[in-house]
Design a protein around this ligand. Structure first.
Ligand code: ADP
Length: 279
């Protein structure tokens, strides 16, 4: 089942001359881990904003084609053009780069409870969801803390937990670790892996530091000037690393080494991709 399907999607921001998205066709399967790569300005963030309807509802412009979101629990389909963002957000959660911009409450627990209170859920269900989200985020012991006092990694895990509590089927993460130190990045990446592998949540993630996506994604799409220019398994994209580099995608040094070694010794596999991409 496809949870998200974009068909002939084009978008031009107001007052902009050119299309940020120039005709995207993309299907995202339930349970899939999809990586999105591309140079700066290629349209990755714009594409993410179309998945939960922020484009075209909150950010307006010329929107053509369509994005259809399917709720896997009911199999109901929602065209984002006709569905309000709050409804779409219960199916597709969006995590942004900067954790501070997503956190508003006085305690960790209140932050997770906040969005739930507007859903009109029974109190017991709210408490169950808070426990679940805090456990996955590894923040059970921090529930009374003031969010700005947390580390960057903890703040981003909290931002993800607050979105998770809405029980979205799909999590879209746009450069979620860019603002974090290596330890913070590692803890957030582990959380994302777990959500996909253990909780079955469909993950769509943009990351300019591509090593995690090459290691962990089921499939990667590369975007250049608002169009998908390459698509396939990480292994397939590794074999086309030179072309990716030419359009400005950062290729992990290990992959270049791997390709050189494979070319030099086509018979013997010196290292596996997993070994090379470990971080
Ligand atoms: P990426 O995420 O790959 O860096 P973006 O989706 O942010 O790319 O940007 C795609 C294109 O849209 C760029 O040319 C960028 O300048 C333009 N753009 C992004 N946001 C806006 C905006 N709010 N108004 C006008 N143009 C924008």
């Amino acid at each position: 089942m496809n949870v998200i399907e974009a068909k002939g999607l084009r978008f031009k921001y107001r007052r902009s001359q050119k299309y940020a998205l120039g005709g995207i066709d993309l299907k995202v399967k339930k349970g899939e881990f999809l990586g999105i790569v591309g140079p700066s300005g290629s349209g990755k963030s714009t594409l993410c904003l179309t998945f939960n309807g922020i484009i075209p509802h909150s950010i307006k412009g010329e929107f053509e084609g369509e994005v259809v979101v399917t709720d896997p629990t009911t199999e109901e389909k929602y065209s984002t053009r006709e569905t309000p963002v709050p409804k779409l957000s219960t199916i597709v959660g969006l995590v942004l780069q900067n954790p501070e911009s997503q956190i508003f409450n006085m305690t960790v627990e209140e932050e997770v409870a906040f969005a739930l209170e507007n859903l009109g859920l029974p109190r017991e269900e709210i408490l169950r969801r808070i426990e679940w989200a805090l456990r996955i985020a590894g923040l059970e012991d921090k529930r009374e803390e003031f969010p700005p006092s947390l580390s960057g990694g903890e703040q981003q895990r909290l931002a993800i937990a607050a979105i998770l509590a809405m029980k979205p089927q799909v999590l879209v993460l746009d450069e979620p670790t860019t603002q974090l130190d290596p330890a913070g990045r590692k803890s957030v990446l582990e959380m994302i892996s777990k959500l996909n592998a253990d909780e079955g949540i469909t993950v769509i993630m943009v990351d300019h530091n591509t090593s995690f996506l090459f290691r962990r994604a089921d499939r990667i799409v590369a975007i250049h000037e608002g169009k998908i220019v390459m698509e396939g398994t990480p292994r397939k994209l590794v074999s086309r690393a030179e072309e990716l580099k030419e359009i400005g995608v950062k290729i992990p040094a290990g992959i270049e080494l791997y390709n050189e070694l494979s070319r030099a010794n086509p018979e013997t596999q010196v290292l596996t991709l997993d070994e090379i991409l470990y971080e």
